[in-house]
Design a protein around this ligand. Sequence first.
Ligand SMILES: [Zn+2]
Length: 286
Amino acid sequence: MKPDRPDHAAPPDAAARRAVQPVVCYPVDTLPPPDLVAYRAAREGARKVSETIVPPRDAMAFDVPAGAFFRITSIEGPQVGDLNLWNADDLSERFFSGKTRALHGTHVSTGDRLWSNLPHLRPMATIVADTLDWYGFDAFGGSVHDVIGTRCDPYTHRLLAGGDYHHCCHSNLTRALAARSGLSASAAEPHVHDVLNVFMCTGFLRETGQYFMKASPVRPGDHIEFFAEIDLIGALSACPGGDCGAEHSSDAARCHPLKVEVFVPAAPPAGWTPPARNAYAGGHGA
Ligand SMILES: [Zn+2]
């Protein structure tokens, strides 16, 4: 955070320096936009092949083949979900929250892609529907479905509050991946990564830049739906923070389950092919 009383005096032209107009770091005009019309046409009549109920304060893994859709739905009551994605054939390729944020902004919605880590850097999933897209940004700068948070974890909890809490999203995701992959919890843990915070309402305080959360506007029936660009293993944690309106990393908040459904279309979207890994050859000038 910036100090209330800086050690250094502002230069005479400070106002002019502060008035310089920002430029977008990563304009995405050169990226071909997803063909949402073709995705939605494929989605018509797609067959539901699985349903997973994620219990409160726990996580579940699920599989989505390339070319299929998966939908996360709020059921029973307001609840935030922490989502991890891996390449089903290679756990070292996983969702890259930071670059997704750099490309699409702090909060994602329909038409945005969830990108994989370096050196792969390709779309893992594309958002095709979001019933909370009406929210936009509120007066606090808050919005839903962020890629700015990390996940609640037992280490930060220990650091700030003391004590061990085992049902943080990080631990929930670790157990879910271990159960799906057959890895031990300690072998699965390094594969857990920064999440997409599904349904969570977050932002940065204007005065201090601190990460904030507020009660999610999600209501039962609200959902976000994705198209799987490659074969995926997903894991979703129903955060112990519930709607994340007050606190997390405890059993205090009222929590609800989340539903994950997978739908396979009769035919893939017209013109769609699974994206290749990034074409950079990896020389790094060495
Ligand atoms: Zn959490």
